[in-house]
Design a protein around this ligand. Structure first.
Ligand code: PGH
Ligand code: CA
Ligand code: ZN
Length: 307
């Protein structure tokens, strides 16, 4: 089926009380893994492309790959810009058929964030494209999606309400204690579930959880067994993701867990098969791992069987 908007996907998720994964791609292997998982799980899915991914693969390659994938499956699939920081990128993505864009001006002042986001909403809504924006700031400085974030500023519920009213965005990313990457928590992982509930009371549109990877211990262990160095890696435990969805999160962003899964699969394969040099063999093994992780996420989020 043709690409659908993210709004369609998230409105259904909110209505029926489940979460939908937004999974990042950089190449064919990750895309195939995600789409095959979605089709087999009968789950709606959001395919996310960051500016870093566009710089790596080229926006036209990725956009066409995703359109081909959507045409082959029967589940609702949205193509989304993750952490769009530049006006030209947003415009280019819409021209290339993205059905959804995130404008991330969360590092700017409230007023500037409102101004930049409103401009994107005007453009996108004129052509039926969904807009996600962000209020508050995640912790840490990472290049995982080519965003640079300083200290955490957890989302203020009243500010969130005002922001949504002023901009007319369709989905809102909130900061509630997560960060991007594999090193999310020094001590006990803790999401501010109460804050999600408060935002949810004041804001009617779907809420988005960034930095939601679990940094799955078995995957980390496997990667480390075959040479990876990931000391101190820690993510958001499954039960807290479930709580977050119950409290009002509708979209859950996953990148790191796919990267780690791919890594574990490729490392294991290369270690076990030192004579193999056919990339289809080891990339294929990485792809299998990504697919399995995506399937697990869809069951965790409750989106399996909802398409
Ligand atoms: C994310 C991904 N992408 O926008 O928020 O977060 O690093 O936890 O996968 P992770
Ligand atoms: Ca941000
Ligand atoms: Zn993010």
């Amino acid at each position: 089926m043709a690409l659908v908007t993210m709004k369609e996907i998230l409105d259904d998720a909110r209505k029926r009380g489940y979460g939908v994964g937004a999974f990042n791609i950089n190449n064919l292997e990750f895309l195939k893994a995600i789409v095959e998982a979605a089709e087999e799980e009968k789950s709606p899915v959001i395919v996310a492309v960051s500016e870093g991914a566009m710089n790596y693969a080229g926006i036209e390659y990725l956009a066409e790959l995703v359109k081909v994938a959507a045409g082959k499956v029967s589940i609702p699939l949205a193509l989304h810009v993750d952490h769009g920081k530049h006006w030209e990128v947003i415009v280019s993505a819409i021209r290339h058929g993205f059905t959804s864009v995130m404008i991330d001006a969360s590092d700017k002042s409230f007023e500037e964030n409102v101004e930049i986001t409103s401009k994107v909403v005007d453009l996108a809504h004129a052509v039926g494209v969904t807009v996600e924006a962000e209020i508050g700031r995640l912790r840490g400085v990472e290049d995982i999606v080519n965003v640079s974030e300083r200290e955490a500023v957890l989302t203020d519920p009243r500010e969130a309400k005002e922001f949504v009213e002023l901009t007319g965005v369709d989905a809102l990313a909130v900061a509630v204690g997560t960060s991007h990457g594999a090193y999310k928590f020094k001590g006990e992982p803790k999401l501010d579930i109460q804050r999600i509930r408060k935002i949810r009371e004041l804001v009617q549109i779907p809420l988005v959880l960034h930095g939601a990877s679990g940094v799955i211990p078995e995957i980390v262990e496997l990667a480390e067994r075959y040479g990876a160095k990931l000391k101190g890696a820690r993510g958001v435990p499954d039960d807290q993701i479930k709580e977050a969805i119950k409290a009002g999160i509708a979209k859950i962003n996953i990148d790191t867990d796919l990267r780690l899964s791919f890594l574990a699969g490729v490392r294991e394969y290369l270690h076990e098969n030192p004579d193999i040099f056919d990339p289809r063999k080891y990339l294929g093994e990485g792809m299998k791992f990504v697919k399995e992780t995506v399937r697990m996420k869809m069951r965790l989020f409750g989106s399996s069987g909802k398409a």
